[in-house]
Design a protein around this ligand. Structure first.
Ligand code: SF4
Length: 309
């Protein structure tokens, strides 16, 4: 009999060997087994390069994306959490230090996954990640995997408290491509490019003034502005999909009835909304709204004559 571990050893039934065998780290082979075959077995160990364990807690999802690899599979959620917990122990014992939780949409349907994440982190894992379609971003008073949260911020804090180190969001491309493939409007994503304008404003749009409102580097440190982007009025306006509330306030007598490009309409509407917010002008304040329309037209150089297509 021989004992196979990192090397092939004669089996002596020593306490150390017995302990390795008991934990599944070594196996006993008959004497007739060729040493060369055992060595080859070790060199070709299929687990030798495993560094990461991905746990699909559920195949259920609140989206039905056209490209979904799970589209045809049965929708189910793993309920044997003890088995997954034990699997985490096993892989951690093998030196795995990265655990990823996926679905389906694990953050919505993966009841118990957060406890598993905490367990994984407790094994000393360097990375505990979760992949989400971002359904909870901007949400309030929602249930996520059996727990209730007042908003997305509270949820993200809870993920952190349970040892989650990384949260990944699936983005399929630019807004149009993303929304088309997901069949559902995505969460708000500012432009992948930021612009520092000549007046010091941090903007998301290089061409229009629509991105202004995140902050001005002449007034605040850039890091402050970046860390507080989510709290700015402009971000909340777009992330909360409230821009539509202001569309009817764009005055056609000032800007014309048609815009040459959707971006221009979006820019003007954004600027009107921001000024109304800054100047405490309510939508039913016709005089205030008219004044702000004229101000925006002056700043952008867009009057009925310029904006007509
Ligand atoms: S969000 Fe992911 S799991 Fe859900 S339907 Fe889309 S691709 Fe499939």
């Amino acid at each position: 009999m021989r004992l196979a571990s990192a090397i092939v050893q004669p089996y002596r039934a020593s306490p150390e060997q017995l302990a390795l065998v008991a934990r599944g780290y070594a196996r006993i082979f008959p004497d007739s087994t060729e040493t060369r075959d055992l060595a080859r077995r070790m060199h070709r160990n299929p687990l030798e390069h495993v560094r990461r364990l991905v746990i699909e807690c559920t195949s259920r999802c609140n989206y039905s994306c056209s490209h979904c690899y799970n589209a045809g599979v049965e929708r189910t959620t793993e309920t044997k959490l003890e088995a997954l917990s034990s699997a985490i122990d096993t892989f951690a014992g093998m030196g795995v230090r990265e655990f990823a939780f996926i679905g389906g949409e694990v953050t919505k349907y993966g009841d118990g996954w957060l406890d598993l994440a905490e367990k994984a982190r407790g094994t000393g894992a360097a990375i505990v990640s979760v992949l989400s379609n971002g359904w909870f971003l901007g949400g309030e008073d929602f249930e996520a995997a059996g727990r209730r949260y007042p908003d997305d911020d509270a949820y993200l804090r809870d993920l952190k408290a349970h040892g989650v180190t990384h949260v990944g969001f699936s983005i399929d491309g630019r807004r149009e491509a993303h929304d088309a493939s997901r069949g559902i409007p995505g969460f708000y994503r500012p432009s992948p490019q930021l612009t520092i304008k000549a007046n010091g404003e941090l903007a998301t749009c290089r061409l229009a003034d629509a991105g202004e409102g995140y902050g001005n580097i002449h007034e605040r440190p850039l890091l402050d502005i970046l860390n507080g982007m989510q709290d700015s009025f402009i971000y909340r306006l777009h992330a909360g999909r409230r821009i539509g509330e202001y569309l009817c306030l764009v005055d056609p007598d000032v800007f014309g009835r048609r815009f040459a490009h959707l971006c221009a309409l979006r820019a003007v509407t954004t600027m009107i909304a921001r000024r109304m917010h800054d100047q405490f002008v309510e939508p039913d304040d016709a005089e205030g709204v008219a004044r702000i329309n004229r101000e925006v037209a002056l700043v952008t150089g867009r009057t009925a004559g310029h904006a007509m297509s």
